[in-house]
Ligand binder design. Structure first.
Ligand code: UD2
Length: 315
């Protein structure tokens, strides 16, 4: 079995790559290292890695012909709402056109694949009041990022139906864990909190902290992706989340307890276009055998311990 992971050096991609390798899968990675880092991949020596941009159509076509993957996980993306508002045309070329081009090539070249999995986002739900979000809930994609994710989902599903490609889409909620890059203000809030607690930096809290999110530990995300891989399911959308709603204020309190230190906080006005509340219904995933194994407290503790160990090994 061979798998292609685009964005395989990124935060979630690298965890997926390591899991696939541990399951005996032959893995090929394409990553342009814009956010990713090869050091994220533990099993680097056992993986074929191409440092390339998924927008390089010729390259991607040749790669598909030569490598002939059974499974394709499309994780490469510019995963920032703010970035998509700043430069919509460029993020569109990654978040939609590159995916579309691959689907189109798979169709035309009639390459046999076992599954094509596209990674979408809870962003597609926007700010509509129904909670928790089920896969059938109304959507209201508000940013170029969310629009690209939703429209690409539709292409992926339609290509599945129309051309008999086994396609699946997943909507990630707020994923956290080791390897998440805290370097941008739009990085995951838990990677930023970790950096602030560890290095005694000032944390900027946007808004009143009452906004809620469904935080899911990256190992549970990998569990979900693997269950979907092994199942016969196709032409479907799945939420990937923990299923619990947590406010930013309470996660900060919890993380301070785990880290045993107090966070320095500066309060700033809320971010424009933000979702106030977010939580998923994960029933569909549970039917595939998923259980969220990592409570927030357990996930935070594991994440924190890991950062302490890598800090100690650096010193
Ligand atoms: C997540 C996704 C984003 C998109 C969006 C859809 C991540 C990293 N981002 O954005 O790609 O799918 O969902 O709705 O998963 N915050 C602070 N201070 C900081 C950083 C963040 O107060 O330094 C707040 C932020 O304003 C927000 C919350 O923390 O209310 C979570 O922020 P985030 O960037 O981790 O995730 P989110 O839900 O905005």
């Amino acid at each position: 079995m061979k798998a292609l992971v685009t964005g395989g050096a990124g935060f979630i991609g690298s965890h997926l790559v390591d899991h696939l390798v541990s399951q005996g899968v032959n893995v090929v990675v394409v990553d342009n290292l814009s956010m990713g880092d090869l050091h994220n991949i533990k099993h680097q020596g056992e993986v074929t890695i191409y440092i390339e941009d998924v927008r390089n159509e010729k390259f991607m076509q040749q790669l598909l012909q030569e490598e002939r993957p059974d499974y394709i996980y499309f994780l490469a993306a510019v995963a920032s709402v703010a970035d998509s508002i700043e430069r919509p045309a460029e993020t569109h070329s990654v978040n939609q056109t590159a995916v579309f081009n691959m689907l189109e090539y798979l169709r035309k070249a009639e390459l046999p694949i076992k599954k094509f999995l596209f990674t979408s986002s809870a962003a597609v739900y926007g700010n509509l009041p129904e909670l928790p979000k089920t896969e059938g809930s109304r959507v209201d994609p508000l940013s170029p990022y969310a629009i690209d994710k939703y429209a690409t989902e539709r292409f992926v599903l339609a290509y599945g139906d129309l051309y008999d490609l086994p396609t699946v889409c997943v909507r990630f909620f707020n994923v956290y864990g080791p390897g998440q890059n805290p370097s941008s203000p739009y990085s995951g809030v838990l990677s930023i909190l970790t950096d602030c607690l560890q290095n005694n930096k000032l944390f900027t809290l946007y808004g009143d902290g009452k906004q809620t999110r469904d935080f899911v530990y990256v190992e549970d995300v990998i569990q979900a992706l693997w269950l979907i891989t092994k199942s016969k399911t196709s032409h479907e959308v799945f939420n990937i989340a923990n299923g619990n709603e947590t406010s930013l204020n309470s996660i900060i309190k919890m993380y301070e307890m785990v880290a045993g230190s107090k966070l320095k906080i500066k309060v700033s006005h809320g971010r424009e276009g933000e979702v106030k509340r977010s939580v998923a219904n994960i029933g569909k995933l549970v039917k595939l055998g998923y259980t969220a194994k990592w409570s927030l407290e357990a996930g935070l503790s594991k994440y924190w311990e890991g950062t302490q160990q890598s800090e100690a090994s650096r010193n």
